[in-house]
Design a protein around this ligand. Structure first.
Ligand SMILES: Cc1ncc(C[n+]2csc(CCOP(=O)(O)OP(=O)(O)O)c2C)c(N)n1
Ligand SMILES: [Mg+2]
Length: 299
């Protein structure tokens, strides 16, 4: 294989990276005046652990045919992916400032044709798992041992197309395919929790036993706390051990909090997207990475 060795990054360092990523997410969207917040923040820890501890990738050679693949099917969380790609070295952190500009490589939704490290264009919810299953099947047919990872949102899995692949992937014995469900309990809109709270957007999958459903369709299942490094890294390790052995795809059901990591964005659908005020940026900076203030990142 031509890929570089995985990095050795300790949990404390992962934590610092995640804080930095969360700051970039809030600040970049505020500066560009467009973009999503809650979904990128719920996925941050899962993505940091994936890119810094799990994926077999080489940021200097993003088209390596042997690289592991990652598809952010919940493409509206693009700024979360771009931030992690920048921290991992695919492009400069400074380039994040161009997010969503017309001539930028970092569009509002991921574009595999222009952004280094993006393996599939996404944004129309529901499609990424099918693309990932195709990649995993291709790997089997070509005799390659790269692994394909896909992340979906819990609102996203209301899309029927997701379930076509949930049904078919075990039939092809895709133990080189892993689905991560970012189960943050919120989407953009949803059902009211009570008559008195018409605008609560909670629990799109709250009535579904996802573990049992996936198991029934023939998947390996893991349920974890998606903000606990040991749990995340343990699940990724279990996936690695099952590769080529289990004959089944694996789903990681990651219990997360939408808007995780910043006090005023945490746990509310109101920060699905949004532009932070300068006062809110001050609060977030103090909570996350005070040292960034001196670097003048709040453009
Ligand atoms: C097919 C499709 N329908 C609707 C949208 C608009 N949309 C963007 S994000 C979103 C909510 C997604 O919720 P969820 O999957 O739970 O994502 P997260 O909570 O991680 O932001 C919707 C409806 C879309 N991008 N694609
Ligand atoms: Mg959600």
């Amino acid at each position: 294989m031509s890929i570089v060795e995985n990095l050795t990054v300790e949990s404390a360092e992962l934590d610092a990276l995640a804080r930095r990523a969360r700051w970039h997410i809030l600040n970049t969207v505020a500066m560009s005046k467009a973009g999503h917040i809650g979904g990128p923040l719920s996925a941050t820890d899962l993505l940091i652990a994936l890119y810094f501890r799990q994926l077999n990738i080489d940021p200097t050679n993003p088209s390596d045919p042997d690289r592991d693949r990652f598809i952010l099917s919940k493409g509206h969380s693009a700024i979360g992916l771009y931030t992690v790609l920048a921290l991992r070295g695919y492009f400069p952190e400074d380039e994040l400032a161009t997010f969503d500009h017309g001539d930028s490589r970092l569009q509002g939704h991921p574009d595999m044709l222009i952004t280094p490290g993006v393996d599939s264009s996404t944004g129309s919810l529901g499609q990424g798992l099918s693309a990932g299953a195709g990649m995993a099947l291709a790997a089997k047919r070509l005799g390659k041992d790269f692994h394909t990872w896909v992340m979906v949102g819990d609102g996203e899995i209301e899309e029927g197309m997701v379930w076509e692949t949930v049904i078919s992937a075990p039939r092809f014995h895709l133990d080189n395919l892993t689905l991560i469900i970012d189960l943050n309990g919120l989407q953009q809109y949803g059902w009211p929790a009570a008559e008195s709270d018409r605008f609560d957007r909670s629990e799109p999958m709250g009535h579904v036993d996802l573990d049992a459903v996936f198991r029934g369709f023939g998947w390996n299942t893991l349920s974890i706390d998606g903000h606990d490094w040991d749990a995340i890294l343990g699940a990724y390790q279990t996936v690695t051990e099952a590769r080529g052995v289990s004959g089944k795809p694996t789903v990681i059901i990651a219990n997360t909090t939408k808007g995780q990591g910043i006090s005023f964005t945490s746990g509310t659908y109101k920060w699905h997207n949004g532009i932070a005020t300068s006062e809110q940026l001050d609060v977030a900076r103090a909570e996350l990475v005070a040292e960034l203030a001196e670097e003048g990142q709040n453009r």
